[in-house]
Structures are given as structure tokens and as C-alpha cells.
Ligand binder design. Structure first.
Ligand code: CA
Ligand code: CA
Length: 111
């Protein structure tokens, strides 16, 4: 599981929870987060700060997530999202990652 909700009744909001736990991997639970949270989380992996996700950055995302993208290969993820074929997931293409995550991973992204 790539994403964990705070436990029922837990007062910790998803964002805070994520900041504490993201990258710390696995558990059960429903995967639900907002687009904003998803993007924010993704952008933590934008190590060169160019505002786009390269293949190697996506690889780090997969790694840090502890396998929530385990069905993804970094190259497949890029391929699915990189519509203009420049080898990066940039700008609006991040939306494609969201769609891909929802479709392939059963993730629920809420507005
Ligand atoms: Ca980058
Ligand atoms: Ca692109």
C-alpha cells in the first residue's frame, strides 16, 4: 500500500500524517488524498527543483513510497504521463500521473 490514511478517529490530518509518515512505508488502509496533497508530495521528490519529474526522480518516488507504485516501472510511469515525450513529467502532465495512479493503483484522488 502506498498511502495510508490516519486511523479512524485520529486527529492527525492527512497532510500532517503524510509529512510524518511518507516514505516510511506500508500498512493497510485506503488510499485517499487530495490532488494538492498528491502534487505536494510528488514535488518533494523534485530534487533538482525544476518543477518536473524526471525518470530518476520518479524512481525515487517509487522507492520512497515503499512500493505503492510497485506495479509501475519508472519508465512506464513516465511513458504514461509524458504526453509530449520530452522524458519528463512536467506541469499539466502531473495530472496524467494522477489519472494513472487512480486507474492503475486504485488510488482515490479527491479534489
Ligand atoms: Ca526535477
Ligand atoms: Ca513532458
Amino acid at each position: 500500500m502506498w498511502w495510508l490514511n490516519a486511523e479512524q478517529g485520529d486527529k492527525i490530518g492527512e497532510v500532517q500524517w503524510c509529512q510524518k509518515k511518507c516514505g516510511n512505508v506500508s500498512e493497510d488502509g485506503k488510499r485517499e488524498l487530495t490532488i494538492k496533497e498528491f502534487k505536494k508530495w510528488l514535488m518533494k521528490f523534485d530534487v533538482d527543483n525544476d518543477g518536473r519529474i524526471s525518470k530518476s526522480e520518479l524512481r525515487q518516488i517509487i522507492k520512497a513510497s515503499g512500493g505503492w507504485f510497485s506495479r509501475w516501472k519508472a519508465s512506464n510511469g513516465i511513458k504514461a504521463a509524458d504526453r509530449d515525450g520530452n522524458g519528463f513529467v512536467d506541469g499539466y502532465e502531473i495530472e496524467n500521473l494522477i489519472h494513472f495512479a487512480q486507474k492503475e493503483m486504485g488510488v482515490r484522488i479527491i479534489p
